[in-house]
Design a protein around this ligand. Structure first.
Ligand SMILES: O=P(O)(O)OC[C@H](O)CO
Length: 423
């Protein structure tokens, strides 16, 4: 009988279905392994469930974890089998040198060892409703590129009475704090956003982030911006025709393709053009796959380890990568897959689908501020930032207060994490 491997994921539809179809095709392609996928709710819910299951001795073999949980998983000790160890122990070769450095590096330890298996990496982009642009007398083929242009476009859209709010952002902190910091080459935290070790402190209370969040509050009061809720809740607004411009994960493309009943485009994130040197590259989002022990007294067998390693080798191949990228809008993670998709003419047939890659390479100089974020307890810190931002948007506190509070509370989480992990 084949080895059965449990795989928990956190992707909503239609992405979850595409992921499960990928797994089903793999199951059909060989006899040794059967992977059993199961949807466990949002990324944060999946993370909490996997950690609790480890304690109970019932953890899945593989769990999909968003990038925000990376430092936490790296510190999870015995619960996790690092990918480099899995590959060594099973004698499996995966050529990580062909992976995009921004992706591979996000999931590597300080000494360059692969901790988790990159899979659905995204970056954030802009989707816009071309029909609404036409109604507003805007060029539907020219999305705003700067925040000044965005504001002008929002006013035109509002005046056109399209029935939709002009602008919204999904993943509120990813888009409005984390990506804004990266694009403008400004630190989110000290110690290279945490990559240089424990002991980092938040630096989000700075003039650029204050200015941006104050803009959101102002735009909201003028009916130009709508806060769409925490995490990916605002994803629904663009495909439903309820928002004309959304900043969201490039992985939203699959849903827009499926649900939008209007012409739409995919473009780069806007930036503040009076910030010298901006914009540089955006950071990745999305998730990677972590290998877990079953529990404190439930370790994996050699056959299970071999099965997981084989599956990881399979998903690193150009064919699997290219299919996932073109089906969903997530990045092609290897150069080989990108070349294959380019040669197929896919980007000519699907304008905008190359934007995430171009934006990830924009500026050509990744810095400590645009490499990514490696902060312990970042899942919790995001909740704190969302809470404080919400209070500002509800008029309960000025943005300056929200940033001061988020910094104090977030730094407390960082200090606790440091204390628990220094030993
Ligand atoms: O929607 P995803 O999968 O690209 O994830 C978006 C963010 O990275 C989550 O932190």
């Amino acid at each position: 009988a084949p080895v059965e491997l449990h795989f928990w994921h956190g992707l909503p539809q239609p992405l979850g279905g595409l992921l499960e179809a990928m797994v089903a095709a793999y199951n059909d392609s060989q006899r040794g392994v059967r992977i059993v996928p199961s949807f466990r709710g949002s990324y944060p819910e999946t993370m909490v469930a996997a950690i609790a299951a480890f304690r109970a001795g019932t953890a899945p073999h593989i769990v999909q974890m968003f990038e925000v949980g990376t430092a936490t998983m790296m510190a999870a000790g015995r619960a996790v089998i690092p990918v480099h160890e899995l590959l060594e122990r099973t004698g499996t070769r995966i050529d990580f040198s062909d992976f995009l450095p921004a992706v591979r590096g996000y999931y590597q330890t300080a000494d360059g060892k692969q901790a988790s298996m990159p899979f659905n990496s995204s970056t954030s982009v802009m989707f816009w409703n071309k029909d609404h642009f036409r109604q507003a007398g805007l060029d539907p083929e020219k999305p705003p590129t700067t925040y000044a242009e965005l504001e002008a476009a929002m006013r035109r859209l509002k005046a056109a009475n399209t029935g939709a709010v002009p602008f919204t952002t999904s993943w509120p902190t990813w888009l409005n704090i984390e990506q804004v910091s990266a694009l403008h080459d400004i630190p989110l935290a000290t110690l290279a956003n945490g990559f240089a070790g424990l002991g980092a402190e938040l630096r989000i209370d700075n003039p650029l982030i204050r200015r941006h969040l104050e803009n959101l509050v102002r735009w909201q009061s003028e009916g130009l911006y709508r806060y769409g809720g925490r995490d990916n809740a605002a994803d629904a607004l663009l495909p439903a025709g309820q928002a004309s411009i959304v900043l969201a994960s490039s992985g939203l493309r699959a849903r827009v393709e499926k649900e939008a009943r209007f012409a739409w485009g995919e473009g780069m994130l806007p930036y503040y053009d009076d910030v010298p040197g901006a914009p540089i590259n955006s950071i990745i989002g999305g998730a990677s796959f972590w290998v877990m022990q079953g529990g404190p007294r439930n370790t994996r067998s050699e056959a299970e380890m071999r099965g997981i390693a084989e599956f990881f080798r399979h998903i690193s191949q150009p064919a699997a990568q290219a299919k996932w990228h073109t089906d969903t809008g997530y990045l092609p993670l290897t150069r080989a897959a990108f070349e294959q998709v380019k040669a197929s003419g896919f980007y000519e047939r699907n304008p905008g689908a190359q934007v995430p890659i171009e934006q990830l390479l924009r500026g050509g100089r990744m810095t400590d501020n645009s490499r990514g974020i490696r902060l312990g307890g970042f899942v919790e810190i995001r909740v704190i930032m969302q809470e404080e931002l919400e209070r500002a948007l509800q008029g309960q506190q000025p943005v300056a207060q929200a940033l001061a509070n988020a910094t104090t509370r977030g730094n407390q989480v960082l200090r606790n994490f440091e204390r628990q992990n220094r030993a």
